[in-house]
Design a protein around this ligand. Structure first.
Ligand SMILES: [Zn+2]
Length: 173
């Protein structure tokens, strides 16, 4: 990992959005690739949830690893990893799976010598899809705050596109 950028700031639930960069999609953020991010150990799961909301990502557990010097370590894969199923029947039955062979990976590690922080590092970029594309938003669970905002916006006659941008802005603020 010699080419890894290390940022020494320890982020928490109220600051973690600062580490995110703009995605090509308006209103969507993304994790900087190959950058190790430190977050407060007691809030790492909440920080990851927040990152997922702001980046429109979802990570599934791939494998855990243990090693000397680690409290725990795991690599997560994008929820759109895996082979796209071309069989029409399967596709109809499982249309929300939307696997597209994305190889994005997120490494989460807690070191014994620094147990107060957990590190996140996205080691591979998303491929074959752009997180936050309106197409795939429906495959992700939304936080209740977002659902409420969407309901209000749609009731007031907003278009889907402006509703999306506005929801993301409000969650971001
Ligand atoms: Zn992906």
């Amino acid at each position: 990992m010699s080419n890894n950028n290390i940022n020494n700031t320890i982020y928490d639930i109220s600051t973690v959005q600062q580490v995110l960069i703009n995605s090509p999609l308006e209103g969507i953020k993304m994790l900087p690739l190959n950058s190790t991010i430190l977050v407060k150990a007691s809030e790492w799961e909440k920080c990851l949830e927040r990152i997922n909301v702001l980046c429109s990502t979802k990570w599934n557990k791939k494998h855990k690893y243990s090693g000397k010097g680690l409290v725990f370590g795991e690599t997560k894969k994008c929820h759109r990893a895996g082979q796209y199923i071309t069989n029409r029947q399967l596709r109809l039955a499982q249309k929300d799976m939307k696997a597209c062979s994305c190889t994005a990976a997120l490494k989460i590690i807690q070191h014994l010598d620094n147990p107060n922080v957990v590190t996140f590092c996205q080691t591979r970029a998303h491929v074959n899809h752009v997180p936050g594309d309106w197409d795939e938003v429906r495959t992700l669970p939304l936080p209740s705050e977002a659902i409420k905002i969407i309901e209000d916006q749609l009731k007031s006659g907003s278009s889907c596109r402006s509703t999306r941008i506005s929801v993301l802005r409000q969650i971001d603020s």
